[in-house]
Design a protein around this ligand. Structure first.
Ligand SMILES: [Cu+2]
Length: 485
């Protein structure tokens, strides 16, 4: 208890110095008490079998947090999970000490202890997840919705996606390393052009050129037991009751650790209006790729009559799927198989190419250009600029700079790359310049994919930059971006 008081008072003092001017409540009034989030074990049922997983719930037991426009992210996080943990507020851009990355932000939160957080949140569809070990695989993830400051008569439905295994995450990870045949036996990609890592200015020299062989192109390393939408499979899906002719805003969050999905709205044409919480010029379609860590907001206008409208999330390149059913009050809900007749497409850059930020970065030349070379080595080592996390040298930026960052991926797998503490604008895809979406996580395709983003260095600290495939990250694919003093 003493420890808790100490932490709280320390945090309160630190905040008082920085945040007084931005307090959202009148000075004379008491500040509103913090929302409470609890991380704990819980039981769910997956295909009629019990499974012990984690959860992050607010008062009343609902997963995650929903904030109204103007509300601060003022949260007490309580650890009842029985093991140390730390929660990252994915999509938020808090001061670095509140970012929830062990080793960078704070020590892991011990069992039965609390941390307090208080910052002005970024609007949009975001999420929260453990950044400690492999806990994310055990569903230690939840939505973090900050409602946008504008009128929208659409009914809201939040859907958190996951890939689920009855096996322990450590076991899944060990298998990847032990299953060396998948990676060790294949040949080097002879004759493949390796992009020059020195092509762009970079302050930290590359320790090792990416000469290691890359695996043949493949989409998956892990076969899961189920794919979940709000903890449920298509054998027992969530049915969201909707109005006839109503409008629905779907807030879709890919919290899976190693699975990209293709969102499929079927007969209903949807309008993508935001990605990673950032508004985009609307793009119409029925298929939308969603990589690990990414979010997409879809607006659906439903037909006037009674009806049931499945929204399916199909595992990329495969037949497995999960989903929810939008259904009017009297509609018959027909059961859908968790396997479809045909395989989904791979998650690529086709949507990204069409996306345009509604609020792009102001036009400005880059002050600094960084290359982020993704790499792999057998048996299961994933690198950034030739190094694994821990052996990495931080990439440096200076406050006030416009930073251009180019991800280059000669490996055999796609990597959804996530920068903490900032949102960036996508400015080029495979060499083609675009005035693309603002985001925090972007797909970098396998086998030569090049994606360039730009961001303003406006949040001093040292920030994680990593692949959002949990196993790639655990196998080394993480570095940091550090502000020079
Ligand atoms: Cu990766």
């Amino acid at each position: 208890m003493n420890r808790r008081v100490t932490r709280r008072s320390l945090l309160a003092r630190g905040l008082a110095a920085t945040a007084t001017a931005a307090l959202p409540w009148p000075v004379s009034a008491q500040p509103p008490s913090p929302a409470k989030l609890v991380i704990a074990r819980r039981m769910i049922e997956v295909n009629r079998e019990p499974a012990s997983v984690f959860g992050i719930t607010r008062d009343g037991g609902k997963p995650g947090l929903v904030l109204e426009p103007g509300e601060r992210f003022h949260v007490t996080l309580e650890n009842r999970a029985g093991l140390p943990s730390l929660i990252h507020w994915h999509g938020q851009t808090p001061p670095p000490a509140q970012d929830g990355v062990p080793g960078l932000s704070q020590p892991p939160l011990p069992p039965d202890q609390r941390y307090d957080y208080d910052f002005a949140p970024r609007p949009g569809t975001h999420w929260m997840h453990s950044h400690e070990g492999l806990q994310e695989q055990m569903l230690m993830a939840a939505p973090l919705i900050v409602r946008e400051d504008r009128r929208d008569d659409a009914q809201e439905a939040v859907v958190l996606l996951h890939d689920f295994s009855f096996a322990d995450a450590a076991e899944l990870f060990a298998k990847l390393g032990a299953g060396q045949g998948a990676h060790a036996g294949h040949m080097a990609m002879a004759g493949q052009d390796q992009p020059d890592p020195h092509a762009a200015h970079r302050p930290a020299p590359v320790a090792k050129a990416p000469t290691a062989p890359s695996s043949p192109p493949h989409l998956h390393d892990i076969e899961y037991d189920a794919y979940l939408a709000n903890d449920r499979t298509l054998n027992d899906p969530e049915v969201v009751r909707v109005e006839r002719g109503g409008r629905v805003r779907l807030r879709l969050i890919n919290a899976a650790t190693a699975t990209s999905f293709i969102v499929d709205t079927g007969a209903i044409t949807a309008r993508a209006v935001a990605v990673d919480g950032d508004a985009v010029e609307p793009v119409e379609g029925t298929q939308f790729p969603l990589a690990m860590g990414q979010r997409i907001d879809l607006l659906l206008a439903l037909p006037r009559g009674e009806g049931a409208y499945p929204v399916l999330m199909r595992r990329e390149g495969e037949a497995q799927r999960t989903g929810i059913i939008l259904a009017t009050q009297k509609a018959q809900v027909v059961k859908l198989a968790p396997m479809s007749q045909r395989k989904a497409a791979a998650a690529g850059l086709d949507l990204e190419m069409k996306l345009r930020a509604r609020d792009p970065l102001p036009r400005r030349a880059a002050d600094r250009r960084l290359t982020v070379m993704l790499g792999e080595q057998p048996p299961y080592i994933w690198t950034i600029n030739g190094q694994t996390h821990g052996a990495h040298r931080p990439m440096t930026v200076r406050q006030g700079e416009r930073v251009q960052m180019t991800f280059v991926n000669p490996t055999g797998m796609m990597h959804p790359m996530h920068l903490h503490g900032h949102h960036f604008q996508v400015t080029a895809l495979n060499g083609r310049a675009i005035d693309g979406a603002m985001r925090d996580t972007v797909i970098v395709p396998a086998q030569g994919g090049r994606v360039t983003v730009a961001f303003d260095a406006d949040n001093p600290g040292e920030w994680a930059l990593h692949c959002h495939n949990l196993y790639h990250m655990a196998a080394g694919m993480m570095t940091t971006v550090k502000y020079e003093a």
